[in-house]
Design a protein around this ligand. Structure first.
Ligand SMILES: [Zn+2]
Length: 161
């Protein structure tokens, strides 16, 4: 099924943002990020691990949820079924950057980077988030990103929760 047309200017804005990402993250001197590609996916496309994109430390990963453990006996085989849940480490925080158009952008990070990231790192981190949105929209059938609203820059670290 065809997607309904988005607001006017959306495809052009998306192309411009794609170029901005490349200009920023593939610049000759290199980007500042420890994990530009900060989400690891499993074979079914599910998220398995999330890193702090700024320094690269793991801030969330799949762990077995003990309350869903099932043990079955099949003949002489014991089958243990576990459910995995995404668990955040104590370092995980949501950092809300303040943007130059007065809006805000929330992104996962580690506590240390959320308290120390400079503007260069914030700009790279925002571009890495846009790159994930592009990937979700184009390859993983995620939701459509509102590109017409995403052409902006961080101006400060903002708040942490
Ligand atoms: Zn970090």
């Amino acid at each position: 099924m065809a997607r309904p047309p988005g607001p006017p200017g959306r495809p052009q804005k998306k192309e411009k943002i794609k170029q901005d990402i490349t200009d920023r993250l593939d610049r000759p001197e290199g980007h500042t990020l420890g994990a530009r590609d900060y989400i690891r996916y499993g074979h079914r496309g599910n998220e398995e691990k999330i890193m702090c994109k700024i320094c690269g430390v793991v801030i969330a990963s799949l762990i077995p949820d003990d309350s869903f453990k099932e043990v079955q006996q099949r003949g002489n085989q014991t089958v243990i079924r576990e459910r995995l849940v995404m668990a955040q480490t104590p370092q995980y925080v949501a950092l809300t950057m303040e943007m130059d158009d007065g809006s805000a952008h929330e992104t996962p990070a580690c506590l240390n980077c959320a308290n120390t990231a400079n503007l260069d790192q914030l700009e790279d981190a925002y571009m890495a988030d846009l790159e994930v949105m592009l990937d979700l929209e184009d390859n993983r059938r995620g939701g459509e990103a509102p590109w017409e609203k995403l052409d902006r820059k961080p101006v400060s670290r903002g708040s942490i929760r």
